[in-house]
Write a protein that binds this ligand. Structure first.
Ligand SMILES: [Zn+2]
Length: 163
């Protein structure tokens, strides 16, 4: 079943991407906010965001929901993404598979990593320094690892892929 990518227009969520199922007959669904997509530098950066969400599906992070549940729509999907799909371990694993998928598909890995660097800039625009660097006390909090740690881990995976 091919994946569907939905560009979600409303709101101004610049960090927004998420996953859901469109029901058994619709297959995998990925959401990306229009604002995020518009501000990414190129296709390679967008490919990394899509690959990251696809990786959540492939790694079994996205629970299969009956179609009726899906009628609850994006509210449910974004709640799921925050509380269930997006654990720090899942985010790390999705990033690792995403860079592999991007390299396999022929995208420029440096430009793919630029997607995460873009998220750094957006986070800093919102003064979310902890989200970029991690907390000063070294204790990890929240659903996602700090962006600098994510970038370092993706670079390490890339180096391993290149051998
Ligand atoms: Zn994720």
């Amino acid at each position: 079943m091919p994946a569907k990518v939905w560009i979600v227009g409303e709101g101004n969520n610049e960090l927004g991407a998420g996953d859901g199922y469109g029901g058994r007959d619709r297959g995998v669904t990925i959401y990306i906010s229009r604002r995020l997509l518009e501000r990414l530098a190129d296709d390679d950066a967008a490919a990394f965001i899509v690959a990251h969400e696809l990786a959540h599906h492939r790694l079994g992070h996205v629970p299969a929901l009956p179609r009726t549940w899906f009628a609850w729509g994006r509210l449910l999907v974004s709640a799921l993404d925050r509380w269930w799909i997006a654990t720090r371990e899942h985010e790390h694993d999705a990033d690792q598979l995403a860079i592999e998928l991007c390299v396999d598909a022929g995208y420029d890995p440096e430009r793919c990593i630029a997607a995460l660097e873009h998220l750094v800039n957006v986070s800093l625009d919102y003064q979310n320094v902890d989200g970029v660097l991690g907390y000063e006390d070294g204790i990890e909090r929240g659903s996602h690892p700090a962006l600098v740690a994510r970038i370092a881990a993706v670079r390490a995976r890339l180096a391993a892929l290149r051998g």
